[in-house]
Structure formats: structure tokens, C-alpha cells
Write a protein that binds this ligand. Structure first.
Ligand code: PRX
Length: 648
């Protein structure tokens, strides 16, 4: 009997790659020798109108001030600088629309568009510090809007265009946005669907702060406009002058708010500021992707509605003068060849995506990527969830022609930029592990009390903490600094560490593996969704008395949402009709990404004596595992009833 060939456990960089790489081993040495001097060196990547006095002021912990008293303009750094230095003709964005339309924008084009938008925003009376909500598909105007905000010191709050009117409204209200920028519609697998009607619905009830709605024409839908409030982009922005003088802002000036799910139903507005954020965005984009301006064609497949789109489509790549692809649609529109066709056509050399998409590609089969010339690829990235070793190897073998480094990048909306990742050209990569905190970043894996887990022969599991402040860290939760303190800092208050909410393990080599959330946050296709949010949408239905939601492992999406509901005594609506109605309700209330994979109608939910739902046990049920410890349950027999209802 022959055994299967052993797969390598590590993949060292080739000598050739290492010799030409941006990062070398000395990077970590420099950071270790003097962390703050190292970050000051990274901040020099940017153009500062006034230099900082202190690199870090941590006296008001846990609210950091990085590059104190420094002044800069973020948009100037992302665009004007490149034009002034003679790179205006370079393509910043190769835009590929879902219907197949394309548009190239050079840095000079981008500057003109941003200047026009900035003039228009000023004419609306917006002043630095005002908030602007951005609810748009992946089109250049979305990026232009974000950068026009940055240019004027307006704080943008991008809301993923797949979110419901209710989700948009709660974010607009929380941030007290004065302007909403949107489009008439967006393409969904070749079909135009309205988007502006969602804004109208969100703003239909009075009591909001929105004075203006600016609408980009994208799909040509019939779009009712509210006189005095709604304006077309082409009637306003496009008539403005193409030159605009930027002013400089404090390094700590708020740049954006981005809402993300927490353990309660109410999303948190994560606040990021300017100088430190842009420094780490630029530094990580340069080193983690080995990005070389003038040579690489970069493509991050995220949506600007998520933090990955903020940092690795807008701020990091543009600060570094990248040429990048921005694609509007889904990977299977018009067919499964779309991404590979784009890589081939534009000669994409750096490709950054999520494990869920890689697993989808695996399902579609290798004949699809094999039909294209992918030889331009030289660095592949992964983000959003743990990548299983099988998908990692497939990614390298099939997409990366067997020799491309893969960077498995761990970070969060809160961290603003990549924190833990192999460095291409330096790290011998291990499939499935994010491995090493980047130079300048400090992380630990600790137990409940904060003792570092001990390295031994076996693996050591614990919680991931960040034990030193970092430049792109969040500066708080918008309007709720108490929640900022309790969510991230109370758990290890004695030590003053940031609790990431992730479990992690250290292997005997000291490499770090991120295992996933340890709180009630699910990760579905790399999107963070709280169990409480989905439960609250379910109990919003008149037929539902109680609901409990868990994330169960899923071969493609990482986790899938499984809900258990108890019906009200009076409801007559049962069975499949009800389940489908409930699924639709969650899509409508939150977003299609939060739609449960399964909903089980059960007679009871497992509860502790203090009335807490035992989600851990429901996860066991959902994943078909033997039940864990049930001794704290009021009535262990509840599971017989649940199993019957589930049809096991
Ligand atoms: O659980 C971790 C997982 O995604 C969470 C952060 O989600 P979000 O704020 O939406 O940002 C996603 C994109 C940066 C983390 O707490 N996560 C992210 N990257 C990885 C990961 N888990 C394992 N490995 C990763 N590379």
C-alpha cells in the first residue's frame, strides 16, 4: 500500500523573490530595536504639512494620539502628491463595470473628479467634522466621494449597498449625517436594481439629519427625486471647477466611521483618524503585498462597504501610487470566468481576496482558472476568516501556479490595517496560519487571566490580545466611548491590553493561528454578523416568540447562520411558508448576507438556570455533534424535543 505523498508544512520564499522583495529580515530587527522610531520612519512615507512633535501620546489610554500636532491632508497624499511628482498620467483605477463597461482613471483624472466633488460638497455648506453617508456600489464615484470627504475633513460613513433601508437609517442617525451620496441603482448579476428607493425609504420617517441626497446615475433607472433635497451628480459635481486647494488637518482628525457588528444588536461605529491610519495603511500595503509602484497591477476584490475596501482599495494603494483594478460585480457575472478574465486582461500581479471565494472557485473547478493566463500573478492575499490549509494549497497551486507567496492577513475593522501576516520574501509560509505580528506590531496569545500560553510540544490555545497601541487603531466607538472601554479594554484592564475577540493558538514554532471569534459574532463569507442582530430581526416577526441564532461551520462560507425559533401560541402560520417568510424578513431587516441558512421551529430553547440561552449547545446541535456539558441546563430533555423538530 502506498501512502499519500506528504505535503510540505512550510513554503519558503524563493531566493529570487526574497532578493527583490520590499521587506527583508532587517525590518523586524529595526522595529524591535525602537518601535516608535520605526513607526516614525513609516510615517515619512507620507507628505506632512507640519511634522509631528510626538510619535505616540498614550497618556489618555485607551485613546491613542499618533503623530501628535502633525498636520496633513489625506486626499493630497493619495492623489495630488502623485500628480505633482509627475505621475499624473499613470492609471490609478482600471474600472470594470458589471455589464462589462470599462473606464480608466489616471491620477490626474482622479484629482480633477475629487476636486469637483469637493467644491460641490463645500457649496452644500458642509464643514470639517460633518458626516457624509456613502451608500453606493463599487464605482469610481464611490472612491471619489470618500476622497473628496477626506480632502475637506468631512468624516465619511460608508454603508454597504447591500444593507437594508432600516440598516442605512440607523447608521445615518447614529452618525447624524448631513449628506447621503448614492446611485440610482446597482447591477445584480446583470440586472439593474434600484438603490435610491432604499434611501428614500430610509429617510421617509422624519427626525433625521440629512439635508441633501446626491445621486450618481449608474443604471439609468427611473428615479423620483425629492425637490430641494435630491440632486444629480452630473448636474452638480460635474459643473464644478477641476482645481481645488486642499487644507491640512490634524493627524487625529476623524477620517471615517465604519459600522461593524458587535455582541449586541446595535452596530458599533468604529472611528478612525488620519495620520496614524494612513501611515499603517501605506506601510502594510507596501510590505505585505510587496507592492512596487510602476510595476504591479493590484486588485483587492473587497467592497468599499467593508474595512478591507477602505484600507486596501482606497487609502493604502492610492497612498502608494498603485495602479489597481476596481470591479463592480460578482465573480460569476456573466459567468465563473470573470475574475480570471480580468487578471489575464489587465495583467494583475497582486490579488487579494477572501477564503470563501477561494472555496467557491474550488467548487467551480480548476478548469476555469486553467483556461486563462494567470502568469502575471506574483503575490496572493487572503483576509476575513481563517483559511483552511486545503484552500490555501489550492490557491497557491491553481491560481498562483505553484510558486506564488500567499499572505494570510489577520486584522479587523477596529485595527484599521493588517496586523498579523507572513511577509512575502521573508516568512516561510504555513498554510492556515497568519503566523507573525508585522514589524512594529505586538500581539500575544494569553489565557483568561492574561498569562501567556506556554509553548510546548503541543499547541497552546488562548485569546488574541494586542499589547501595544498601533497607529491605525480605532480611536473609539462613535458616540459611545463607554462601550469602547467595555468591549475592548475591560477584559484585560489590569494589563492595559486590547482584546480582539478572537481565539488563537501558538504552535510549537511560535507561529500564530487565528481560530475565529470567541464572542457572539458570526463570520459568514468574511462578513461579521452578530447573533443578537439576527435574533432581533426574527423576533420582529409576529409569529416568533423567541429566537436563538448560532454560526455553524459551513464548507463554503466559513460559517452559516442557523436559527432556532419558538412560535407564538396564536400563530397559525407554520412550516415552510413561515421559514421562508422569516428568512426573507432577516434579508429585509438587515441584508441578504444575514439570511439564515436554516431555521428550525422548536418547542423550547436550552437555557441555564439564570435564563441564558446556551448557544454553545445549540452550535453542537447545528453541527450535528455530540452535546457538550449539559449539567447547567434547567431541563436537559429539551434536546430530545429539538432533535425531533430538527428531524435528526
Ligand atoms: O475573526 C477575525 C476574522 O474577521 C474578524 C474581523 O472582521 P472584520 O472587522 O469584518 O474585518 C474583516 C477584514 C479585515 C476577526 O476578528 N479574520 C479576519 N482576518 C482573518 C480572520 N480570521 C482568521 N484569519 C484571518 N486572516
Amino acid at each position: 500500500m502506498t501512502s499519500a505523498p506528504e505535503l510540505p508544512t512550510t513554503y519558503a520564499p524563493t531566493a529570487e523573490f526574497a532578493a527583490a522583495a520590499n521587506a527583508g529580515p532587517e525590518l523586524a530587527e529595526r522595529a524591535r530595536a525602537d518601535r516608535l522610531a520605526f513607526w516614525a520612519e513609516q510615517a515619512e512615507r507620507l507628505h506632512w504639512d507640519r511634522k509631528w512633535t510626538d510619535v505616540l501620546d498614550w497618556s489618555n489610554a485607551p485613546v491613542a494620539r499618533w503623530f501628535t500636532d502633525g498636520r496633513l491632508n489625506v486626499a493630497y497624499n493619495c492623489v495630488d502628491r502623485h500628480v505633482r511628482e509627475g505621475r499624473g498620467d499613470k492609471v490609478a483605477i482600471h474600472f470594470v463595470g458589471e455589464p462589462g463597461d470599462t473606464r480608466d482613471l489616471t491620477y490626474a483624472d482622479l484629482l480633477a473628479e475629487i476636486s469637483r466633488a469637493a467644491h460641490h460638497f463645500q457649496s452644500l455648506g458642509l464643514v470639517p467634522g460633518d458626516r457624509v453617508a456613502v451608500y453606493m456600489p463599487m464605482i469610481p464615484e464611490a472612491i471619489i466621494t470618500m476622497l473628496a470627504c477626506a480632502r475637506l475633513g468631512l468624516t465619511h460613513s460608508v454603508v454597504f449597498a447591500g444593507f437594508s433601508p432600516a440598516a442605512l437609517r440607523s447608521r445615518v442617525d447614529d452618525a447624524e449625517a448631513r449628506l447621503v451620496v448614492t446611485t440610482d441603482g446597482q447591477f445584480r448579476r446583470g440586472t439593474p436594481a434600484g438603490l435610491k428607493p432604499a434611501v428614500d425609504e430610509a429617510l421617509s420617517a422624519p427626525g433625521h439629519t440629512v439635508e441633501n441626497v446626491l445621486v450618481v446615475r449608474r443604471t439609468g433607472q427611473d428615479t423620483p427625486m425629492t425637490a430641494g433635497r435630491d440632486h444629480w451628480w452630473h448636474d452638480t459635481v460635474e459643473r464644478q471647477p477641476a482645481e481645488h486647494t486642499p487644507e491640512s488637518f490634524d493627524s487625529e482628525h476623524p477620517l471615517f466611521i465604519l459600522y461593524t457588528s458587535g455582541t449586541t444588536g446595535k452596530p458599533k461605529g468604529i472611528l478612525h483618524t488620519s495620520g496614524g491610519y494612513l501611515t499603517q495603511a501605506a506601510y502594510t500595503h507596501h510590505h505585505v503585498f510587496d507592492h512596487k509602484a510602476g510595476q504591479d497591477v493590484y486588485w483587492c476584490t473587497a467592497d468599499i462597504g467593508w474595512v478591507t475596501g477602505h484600507t486596501y482599495i482606497v487609502y493604502g494603494p492610492l497612498a502608494n501610487g498603485a495602479t489597481q483594478v476596481v470591479y463592480e460585480g460578482t465573480p460569476n457575472s456573466p459567468d465563473e470566468h470573470r475574475h480570471f478574465d480580468i487578471i489575464d486582461r489587465y495583467g494583475v500581479s497582486i490579488y487579494y481576496t477572501a477564503p470563501t471565494l477561494i472555496r467557491t472557485f474550488m467548487k467551480w473547478g480548476r478548469q476555469i482558472p486553467d483556461a486563462h493566463d494567470l502568469s502575471s500573478l506574483r503575490v496572493l492575499g487572503s483576509v476575513g476568516e481563517p483559511i483552511n490549509p486545503e484552500a490555501w494549497r489550492w490557491y497557491r497551486e491553481v491560481i498562483g501556479h505553484g510558486d506564488t507567496p500567499i499572505v494570510d492577513t489577520w486584522w479587523q475593522t477596529e485595527t484599521g490595517a493588517i496586523m498579523i501576516s507572513p511577509l512575502p520574501g521573508v516568512t516561510a509560509a504555513k498554510p492556515g496560519a497568519a503566523q507573525t505580528p508585522l514589524p512594529g506590531i505586538s500581539a500575544q496569545v494569553v489565557d483568561e487571566e492574561g498569562n501567556p500560553v506556554v509553548l510546548g510540544e503541543t499547541e497552546a490555545n488562548g485569546y488574541l490580545v494586542l499589547d501595544q497601541p498601533w497607529p491605525s487603531m480605532l480611536r473609539g466607538i462613535w458616540g459611545d466611548m463607554e462601550r469602547y472601554q467595555t468591549t475592548y479594554w475591560d477584559r484585560y484592564a489590569k494589563q492595559g491590553w486590547y482584546f480582539a475577540g478572537d481565539g488563537a493558538r501558538l504552535d510549537p514554532d511560535g507561529d500564530l493561528w487565528v481560530l475565529g471569534r470567541v464572542d457572539d459574532v458570526m463570520n459568514v463569507s468574511g462578513h461579521r454578523i452578530s447573533t443578537a442582530e439576527v435574533e432581533s430581526a426574527l423576533v420582529g416577526h409576529t409569529g416568533v416568540a423567541e429566537a436563538a441564532v448560532v454560526g455553524a461551520s459551513d464548507d463554503t462560507t466559513g460559517q452559516g447562520i442557523v436559527a432556532f425559533v419558538i412560535l407564538t401560541a396564536t400563530t397559525e402560520n407554520t412550516g415552510d411558508t413561515l421559514v421562508n417568510e422569516l428568512k426573507a424578513e432577516v434579508s429585509r431587516e438587515i441584508s441578504p448576507i444575514a439570511r439564515p441558512r436554516e431555521i428550525h421551529v422548536v418547542p423550547e430553547l436550552p437555557k441555564t438556570r439564570s435564563g441564558k440561552i446556551m448557544r454553545r449547545l445549540l452550535r453542537d446541535v447545528a453541527e450535528g455533534r455530540e452535546l457538550g456539558d449539559t449539567s447547567t441546563l434547567v431541563d436537559p430533555a429539551v434536546f430530545t424535543a429539538i432533535a425531533e423538530a430538527k428531524g435528526d
